[in-house]
Design a protein around this ligand. Structure first.
Ligand SMILES: NC(=O)c1ccc[n+]([C@@H]2O[C@H](COP(=O)([O-])OP(=O)(O)OC[C@H]3O[C@@H](n4cnc5c(N)ncnc54)[C@H](OP(=O)(O)O)[C@@H]3O)[C@@H](O)[C@H]2O)c1
Length: 461
């Protein structure tokens, strides 16, 4: 291990890769800081699992393995051009919406074996409940929860009727509204972390309260990268930790989906931010605003970081317990990786644990949570497991920051709709720099055969 260094030695001194972006972000944040006022706690409905409730299994440990991706990704710069070329006029689209009863959806047809996701061109368009809106999906964001559900690590799919469509994040256009939905109208360009899976399809339905208007300055692809990750970061920092300007926040995996938003939001609030990532991402983390960046592959972060008020940990295991050593007395570590508990699944209206595999996961999760509680007591700090919830109101607040470029989504790669398994495969490497997005509206015809996911043991980091 290297000699212990001071914080200032660890700061990346070279200019960030995109100095102008970095400068602009810093400027916008200093303006936003003065305007920042958290939503009233009563409106936030956070799903915090307190110490007496069972926890979850720690997130998978990482290795130095590099991702192997077979699909040809497209660039963020090319997206706007592609979108402009392929998107139909809204008038044409609305006629089609009125008549259509079926759509193409990338569906899980089996929980066993290879080639479990298939393009179903005759999937029914979701029916709307009173307060739902139907969104024509232009782009869908990929999150680790998607491949965890496919692997059966989250027992939601296992207990659901097949075929089943994955995906929570969407950016698209409202194409129908439920009889009592009033917040959006047909033609609105929106984004959402939906209240049910199903965004890897041409249409998805969600409660209107989960939806926000898309800022004009974002492409659909960039907007789809936002909801779940940005809401998780926001809720951890604002609802759970209630951070204030000047507080010291350690955000692990700073170039991950959640981490990249958490750094920017924490800086917007006025916090001092440290983060961990690999060497290749250090400049990018700095550009997002991190004050200290630690290369987790060559340095032990706990040797260098101390007196933090809050840690957001998406990695679990040793990273989580080491993080406790970086906190001030009574500081807070928030764990977000791994499995939600049965309590959380139920509170979300999802199916709970069934069968021997789920029971063993539940036992492991209870044990892990108990260990974390004990470790927190020993270090005189607080520990909470948190699972995000969809919120259109909070997402609208986030989009205001996106609109004035106080924060920006980081999109690593985009995949075509029919390459969803490749996108999930890439996400499952655990080494994504930012977000992965599926281009849905601009998708060409489906390929004859889709790529398969290798066994989970080969894909997890
Ligand atoms: N509870 C909730 O509500 C909630 C919400 C969202 C996400 N999550 C969970 O949180 C986890 C993270 O989600 P995400 O979307 O941010 O994941 P992600 O985007 O896949 O995270 C990838 C990032 O993790 C970094 N990383 C990997 N190992 C690391 C290590 N040992 N130290 C520091 N960084 C490391 C990688 O950096 P390098 O490429 O540089 O190695 C990469 O940038 C997942 O398990 C997800 O399921 C939970």
């Amino acid at each position: 291990m290297p000699e212990a260094q001071t914080e200032s030695q660890l700061v990346v001194s070279a200019p960030a890769m995109e100095p102008s972006v970095s400068h602009e972000l810093a400027q916008k944040r200093s303006e936003a800081k003065t305007q920042f006022a958290p939503l009233p706690t009563s409106a936030l409905q956070s799903t915090v699992i307190r110490e007496e409730q069972p926890a979850e299994v720690a997130a998978a440990a990482s290795t130095d393995e590099q991702p192997s991706v077979s699909a040809a990704p497209t660039t963020a710069a090319g997206a706007a051009e592609t979108s402009a070329r392929v998107f139909h006029s809204q008038a044409d689209t609305f006629v089609a919406h009125a008549e259509r009863q079926t759509m193409t959806a990338m569906q899980i047809t089996s929980m066993l074996g290879m080639h479990r996701i298939h393009a179903n061109a005759n999937a029914p368009i979701p029916r709307l409940a009173d307060h739902d809106v139907l969104i024509e999906v232009y782009a869908a964001g990929i999150n680790p929860i998607d491949w965890k559900m496919l692997d059966g690590d989250l027992p939601v799919v296992r207990g659901s009727l097949l075929p089943f469509t994955l995906g929570f994040d969407v950016a698209g256009v409202v194409s129908r509204v439920g009889p009592r939905a009033s917040r959006f109208k047909i033609g609105d360009e929106v984004l959402a972390r939906c209240d049910r899976p199903g965004t890897f399809a041409q249409y998805c339905a969600t409660h209107e309260d989960t939806v926000a208007l898309k800022p004009n300055n974002l492409t659909f692809e960039s907007a789809a990268a936002v909801p779940l990750a940005a809401l998780t970061a926001y809720q951890c920092l604002v609802d759970v930790a209630q951070v204030t300007a000047g507080q010291r926040v350690l955000i692990h995996a700073g170039l991950g989906g959640v981490g990249s938003f958490a750094i920017q939001i924490a800086k917007t609030i006025g916090c001092f931010v440290a983060t961990t990532c690999s060497a290749r991402n250090m400049h990018a983390a700095k550009a997002l605003g991190a004050d200290i960046v630690v290369d987790y592959r060559s340095q032990r972060f706990r040797d260098h970081l101390n007196q933090f008020d809050v840690v957001i940990d998406s990695l679990g295991g040793k990273c989580l317990t080491d993080s406790m050593k970086c906190l001030k007395p009574d500081g807070l570590v928030i764990e977000i990786g791994g499995l939600p508990t049965r309590t959380i699944l139920r509170s979300l209206g999802l199916r709970g644990y069934h069968g021997p595999r789920e029971m063993s996961l539940l036992t492991a999760s209870r044990y892990s949570h108990w260990k974390c509680r004990e470790a927190a007591k020993k270090h005189n700090v607080r520990y909470e497991y948190y699972f995000m919830h969809p919120s259109g109101e909070q997402l609208q607040r986030i989009t205001r920051w996106l609109a004035d470029r106080t924060i920006q989504p980081v999109v690593d790669r985009m995949f075509e709709f029919f390459h969803v398994e490749d996108a999930l495969n890439y996400s499952a490497t655990g080494h994504v720099s930012g977000k992965i997005v599926l281009q849905v509206k601009s998708a060409p015809s489906p390929p004859a055969r889709l790529n398969s996911l290798p066994p989970a043991s080969e894909r997890l980091v």
